[in-house]
Design a protein around this ligand. Sequence first.
Ligand code: DAT
Length: 173
Amino acid sequence: MRTSPNIIITGTPGVGKTSHCELLAQNTGLKHMPINQIAQDRDCVDGKDEELGSLLVDEDKLLDAIEDEVKQGGYIIDWHACDLFPKSWIDLVVVIRCDSTILYDRLEARKYSAKKLEENMDAEIMQVLLEEARDAYDEEIVVELQSDKIEDVEGNVDRIEQWIENWKEDNKE
Ligand code: DAT
């Protein structure tokens, strides 16, 4: 039994996953697990999509590499995909959303290629990550939060903190 929950923070690149995870980790003591970095550090990268400039992660190897830690509970998993993580590991899935014109400016500031920008814009508009989360996990653990303005980050993190408190209360031994 976990005494602290595991939370996935997911969404299209640029919506604000890292910003949310860092503030949430700082406020709660849960541990931020940026999969992009972990996959590289633990040798779970198969290569790179040259056109999109994104990492190709060996998902089985990644799951083996993080399993012992995540099963202890208390992790905030930060990744632009979510359906690879076993349901039994996960207590809450937060899908961060962003208005498409705002997201466009954020991605342009990152100097993404035209193709990468277009793919990510399409993914946000088609709510690909939200659908992925809803397909992979029980409806009641999937939450969609908007992140257009800087104040949204704090408000969203407050809500997640409240959820963590409730989870701990409900899961007391
Ligand atoms: P992600 O981890 O999803 O790629 P990020 O946290 O790195 O996103 O944020 C991308 C950029 O947008 C970064 O410069 C911070 C900024 N940002 C994130 N959330 C925001 C918000 N709600 N309002 C304004 N800017 C935000």
